[in-house]
Design a protein around this ligand. Structure first.
Ligand SMILES: CC(C)(COP(=O)(O)OP(=O)(O)OC[C@H]1O[C@@H](n2cnc3c(N)ncnc32)[C@H](O)[C@@H]1OP(=O)(O)O)[C@@H](O)C(=O)NCCC(=O)NCCS
Length: 147
């Protein structure tokens, strides 16, 4: 665990370097633009250490078929640079986002996880909801939520 990691709010554009390296490998840079990135109620956070940005997370005010009332946020684009994975960066980003969303009275957080990341979300107290489904070009996903 690197204790000098700090979390800051960043712009959607700043997420692109890590999105491209980790989440959209080999795809055009435009694939790093996600729907809702520029909305005023969207929040992007970055984890920084002495080398710069090493992890990202984005939060979008979105309902889904399970959460239709209240303030619901979808978490997307969670990624840690490969050499910094499994050192607590992702957990720190998730906890920071949860704290900020609680401050704005968010009722539910939900996300569609790549199934290889299921364990990460289970360890953070998220619950699976619904069946596994396929996202074109990316693979199998599972929806998770936390109240
Ligand atoms: C998934 C990801 C964001 C996790 O970030 P990270 O910085 O490596 O996570 P952390 O080190 O904070 O992990 C927190 C806990 O989850 C565990 N964990 C993290 N990723 C895991 C995985 N893929 N499988 C199983 N456990 C995992 C860690 O071992 C740690 O466990 P511990 O608390 O018992 O020590 C990161 O591995 C990543 O960027 N993966 C590639 C992109 C991706 O799949 N993103 C998710 C899209 S839904």
């Amino acid at each position: 665990m690197n204790y000098s990691i700090t979390i800051k709010q960043i712009s959607s554009k700043e997420t692109h370097q890590v999105r491209h390296k980790i989440l959209r490998i080999g795809q055009p840079i435009e694939s790093c633009e996600f729907e809702g990135d520029l909305r005023s109620d969207t929040l992007h956070f970055g984890a920084f250490n002495n080398e710069g940005l090493i992890g990202i997370i984005s939060c979008y005010q979105n309902n889904n078929s399970y959460f239709k009332s209240g303030i619901n946020y979808q978490i997307r684009g969670v990624a840690t640079l490969e050499h910094m994975q499994k050192k607590g960066v992702g957990k720190k980003l998730m906890k920071h986002a949860e704290k900020k969303l609680k401050e704005i009275n968010c009722s539910n957080i939900w996300l569609n996880a790549r199934i290889k990341a299921n364990e990460f979300y289970l360890k953070l107290g998220y619950t699976k909801i619904g069946p596994i489904f396929e996202v074109p070009l990316i693979g199998k996903h599972q929806c998770f939520f936390k109240n």
